[in-house]
Design a protein around this ligand. Structure first.
Ligand SMILES: [Zn+2]
Length: 320
């Protein structure tokens, strides 16, 4: 398979071999567009320092790279990602595209218009910076692919066709939503082997997951510990997919968020630690500490672990 010579990280181009052990769906920051710049105090004390400390721990334990899935509407602030990557030593590849929040004033925007903007994020950089997106993302959830989200999905598809950059897709397995998302990609002529359907471990429905794999897509099994399905069930599903011979298409990750809004409690106090952190104190290391030991105990071979965390990220991101 021909490989791209370089990938766009937030610190500049890196070679595919520099990726190393990679988590394919994480977040440094999740908020709303412009919030980090305008109301940083809502994000708790010292957000940047917290993110750096968390990723330094990850790096020390062997995590070399993360894909940061924070789009514009999730509050992307590219200079923050650059600072965090620089200080922690973890490569960060950031996305362009859109999550679920399309503002009402944008409802008339067309797919070609948005595609042009996404292409500029990839080729020139996020406006006002020279930090380039390395990946595309679109999203839909329980309400289905609504008209504004369909515009974004088609824009992402067209930007993919123009640039060759792969696509990660926020999906909703409970409604088998990838069936509709993949249909849109087919209409747009997207190469489905460059598409990763994310949040796929929010179900244990192996038949549906196999159907996605049969279309040529990758599976993002990227919620750990997650909420809808127990971590143990997620690991059982992962093991079942490995046993069916799909290790070369599976991308386990956490969907961890280390900077998040710290909402006040009914008594007016502001929690020092976010609920999200209390739910997963291991943060980016949950898989290292909790899941990999279980997988090894269940008989998963070291070679399959390397495939999922080292080879798959490289193959997904660098294929051309
Ligand atoms: Zn996410």
């Amino acid at each position: 398979m021909p490989q791209a010579a370089t990938l766009n990280s937030v610190l500049g181009p890196i070679t595919p071999d520099q990726l190393g052990f990679t988590l394919m769906h994480e977040h440094v920051l999740v908020a709303a567009s412009g919030l980090y710049q305008s109301y940083p105090d809502l994000l708790g004390v010292g957000p940047e320092a917290r993110a750096i400390a968390s990723l330094k721990r990850a790096k020390a334990a062997g995590i070399d790279s993360i894909l940061d899935a924070t789009t514009f509407d999730l509050g992307r602030h590219a200079p923050l990602l650059r600072a965090v990557s620089q200080a922690s030593g973890v490569n960060i590849i950031n996305v362009t595209g859109w999550w679920l929040d399309v503002p009402r004033f944008m409802r008339g925007v067309g797919p070609n218009q948005m595609a042009r903007e996404f292409i500029r994020d990839i080729t020139e950089g996020f406006r006002g910076t020279d930090i380039r997106a390395g990946l595309l993302k679109c999203a839909a959830d329980i309400d289905g692919v609504t008209p504004p989200l369909e515009t974004m999905a088609r824009a992402v598809a067209r930007a993919h066709r123009e640039t060759g950059i792969p696509i990660m897709v926020h999906s909703h397995p409970g409604t088998q939503l990838a069936r509709r998302q993949i249909e849109i990609f087919r209409e747009e002529g997207v190469d489905l082997t460059r598409v990763k359907i994310d949040h796929s471990n929010d179900t244990t429905d192996l038949e549906y997951l196999q159907w996605i794999l049969d279309q040529g897509c990758w599976l993002g099994l990227d919620r750990y510990p997650g909420r809808l399905v127990s971590p143990r069930q997620r690991t059982n599903t992962l093991k079942a997919l490995i046993d069916l011979g799909h290790a070369g298409r599976l991308c386990p990750s956490h969907d961890c968020i280390c900077i998040h809004l710290h909402n006040e409690r009914p008594d007016g106090s502001i929690p020092e630690q976010h609920d999200y952190y209390r739910g997963n104190p291991d943060q980016y290391l949950y898989i290292h500490r909790q899941v990999l030991p279980q997988l090894r105990e269940m008989g998963v071979r070291e070679a399959d672990i390397t495939t999922m965390f080292v080879d798959n990220p490289r193959n997904f991101l660098a294929a051309r």
